[in-house]
Design a protein around this ligand. Structure first.
Ligand code: AMP
Length: 408
């Protein structure tokens, strides 16, 4: 979804454009409508997922429609670094809407404290604060929070880990009861759920944390030189005649090449990528769903969201750069408890990508032996330092089977 499609002011869109954001991240697509609808929210989302803009964009939009005085939104964060980052994002996103923001954190001199005091008593649209320093100001009674509309707890699990529970409760006790409260956390331990129960009212819950692939998906991996991948694919597909197969490639160009190769090898297939019109995509997906075509070649475009029943086989012709994409891709099979198979071809340059996938899965996947007509591929190995560390930790649990196993 593009930012142009969301229901916010032109001025805010200009601010968003100044960051060169065009497409919403998953958390943004899910959280922004909830916040605009004025619901409380508990969102579980990793740092780096775009969660800051996910709450700032709707907050800035809503604040633009208010005309009360004083502080309208309070964002509490665990560290001064996060405080500063959020302040910078408010300044950028809210530049054309004239949204004022002030960051309140410890570790500065008396002058800094006085400036904070002045800002807190005069009021800014948004105040971003670390708990300890905010408590010091609140205790002195000049913080203008009587009209506060929004409270955000960012990195809530981190704040609890740092021992800020009492401070948070202490702050919340001083805020108006009628407000919209948003909690963002990278994890959802029981302590976070308890805090959410205490401070949120009928919240919407978003849990975007990574989930492991379903047990029903059998994963097979082959080491294949790039030049042997076409022959490997047609060999595999011969065993899956009349079954639904999704083939994932890294680029649009590869999609075209694979599709053409398969056609020349007599394997009927269709291809789609992001250059196709929506109509073309819909028609092709419909043909695949109805069984008119059994082999569909695509990019990550189809790795998420679409629900096609009965995909028997996923082929990762190319290994995705992002480990999460592997999980999304193979999740297209074994839906609704059915069994499914995912076969991946690892080329020489993709070994590092597969290292990352195994790290994410927290397990090593045995390498299968290539069919007899396909030459032995590159040797699988661990490449990054991080990977070495991971294997050290895991070696007591998992024994990597680099020996060729049966090739079913
Ligand atoms: P966060 O998870 O809020 O720390 O954001 C991680 C990074 O993603 C930051 O550098 C943001 O500027 C960036 N970011 C946030 N939303 C988007 C988006 N929709 N498109 C591209 N980058 C984004």
């Amino acid at each position: 979804m593009k930012f142009k499609e969301i229901d916010v002011s032109e001025k805010l869109l200009e601010g968003i454009e100044s960051f060169n954001y065009s497409t919403l991240t998953e958390i943004q697509e899910k959280a922004i409508p909830i916040i605009l609808e004025s619901d409380d929210l508990l969102a579980c989302s990793q740092t780096g997922s775009g969660k800051t803009a996910a709450f700032l964009i709707p907050l800035i939009e809503k604040i633009g429609k208010l005309n009360n005085k004083g502080i309208k939104a309070l964002i509490i964060t665990p560290t001064r670094e996060i405080c500063k980052q959020i302040e910078e994002q408010v300044i950028g996103l809210g530049y054309y809407t004239d949204t004022s923001c002030f960051a309140v954190y410890g570790g500065n001199d008396q002058d800094g404290f006085s400036r904070q005091k002045q800002a807190l008593s005069q009021g800014a649209d948004i105040v971003v604060a670390t708990p300890g320093r905010l408590i010091s100001h609140l205790a002195m009674g000049y913080v203008d929070i009587k009209n506060l509309n929004f409270l955000v707890l960012d990195e809530a699990d981190e704040m609890l880990d740092m021992g800020f529970y009492d401070d948070i409760i202490n702050i919340i006790d001083k805020l108006p009861k009628k407000r919209q409260t948003l909690m963002f956390s990278a994890t959802m331990p029981i302590s976070i759920r308890n805090l959410a129960n205490k401070i949120l009212i009928e919240p919407k819950i978003l849990d975007l944390n990574f989930s492991k692939p379903a047990e029903e998906i059998e994963q097979q991996v082959y080491m294949v030189w790039d030049s042997d991948k076409p022959a490997m694919l047609s060999t595999v597909l011969k065993n899956f005649k009349d079954q639904k197969v999704l083939v994932f490639a890294a680029t649009k160009m590869n999609v075209g090449k694979i599709s053409a190769f398969l056609r020349s090898a007599g394997i009927k297939n269709s291809a789609i990528n992001s250059s196709f019109t929506q109509q073309e995509r819909n028609d092709t997906i419909l043909d695949f769903k109805s069984g008119k075509i059994n082999v569909l070649v695509t990019t990550n475009l189809l790795s998420r969201g679409i629900d096609i029943d009965d995909v028997n086989l996923i082929v990762n012709y190319d290994i995705p750069d992002k480990a999460e994409d592997y999980v999304h891709r193979i999740g297209r099979t074994a839906r609704a408890g059915k069994l499914g198979l995912a076969i991946s071809f690892i080329g020489e340059k993709e070994i590092i990508n597969f290292n990352r996938i195994e790290k994410l899965l927290e397990k090593a996947i045995p390498i299968s032996e290539n069919p007899v007509i396909i030459p032995k591929g590159p040797e699988y190995r661990q490449i990054s330092k991080a990977k070495k560390k991971f294997y050290k930790k895991k070696s007591s649990n998992n024994t990597r089977n680099h020996k060729r196993s049966n090739n079913k």
